[in-house]
Design a protein around this ligand. Structure first.
Ligand code: HEM
Length: 152
């Protein structure tokens, strides 16, 4: 039994610790969209999980921005991005990650990098079968965050 538990723990990829910060849904950088139809359009938590995984998989293969993600804790990134998207899309999740400004500081993200990431997110939403108008409602909520992500 103990051996089985130890093997299971080994199989679950671990997150690296980060410096302490105040945890708050306010860190998500926006308020949730409250529209059950939109949440359904993303196929609930499972759909959002697939959209996040698809996006993280894609950015790692995108030669325009792959280097930016190298060396970062992608286990944590997938988890907090799932929370973030679920929170913003009105799925009732709490966001436990850092603010957009703190998460991206000193990363040197440029406007073109932002465009590339959004293209990967769009491809991932398309693969999930999220209707175009629902994609755009979500993207419109994320758009103002560029001022905390992009450095000039
Ligand atoms: C509106 C657009 C974006 C949103 C909503 C977003 C969201 C997030 C979230 C929720 C985190 C995790 C925060 C945490 O660990 O506490 C994160 C981290 C990260 N983001 Fe973004 N992001 C955006 C744009 C970008 C862009 C354009 C890039 C680069 C092309 C990028 C690269 C990263 C990287 C590398 C991390 C990991 C940071 C670390 O390990 O400390 N993000 N992002």
């Amino acid at each position: 039994m103990i051996l089985a538990l130890a093997l299971l723990l080994q199989a679950v990829p671990a997150e690296e610790p980060v410096d302490p910060y105040p945890v708050s849904n306010a860190n998500a950088g926006t308020t949730p969209i409250r529209d059950p139809a939109l949440w359904r359009a993303f196929h609930g938590r499972e759909g959002v999980g697939r959209v996040v995984d698809g996006m993280v998989d894609r950015v790692q293969k995108d030669p325009r921005i792959a280097d930016i993600f190298k060396g970062h804790d992608l286990v944590r990134l997938r988890r907090v991005l799932r929370e973030h998207f679920c929170h913003v899309l009105g799925g009732g999740c709490d966001y436990t990650g850092r603010t957009m400004r703190d998460a991206h500081k000193d990363m040197g993200v440029q406007q073109a990098d932002m465009g590339a990431l959004i293209e990967n997110l769009q491809a991932s939403m398309r693969a999930e079968g999220v209707p175009f108008h629902a994609q755009n409602r979500f993207l419109a909520k994320l758009a103002p965050m560029r001022r905390d992500v992009v450095q000039r």
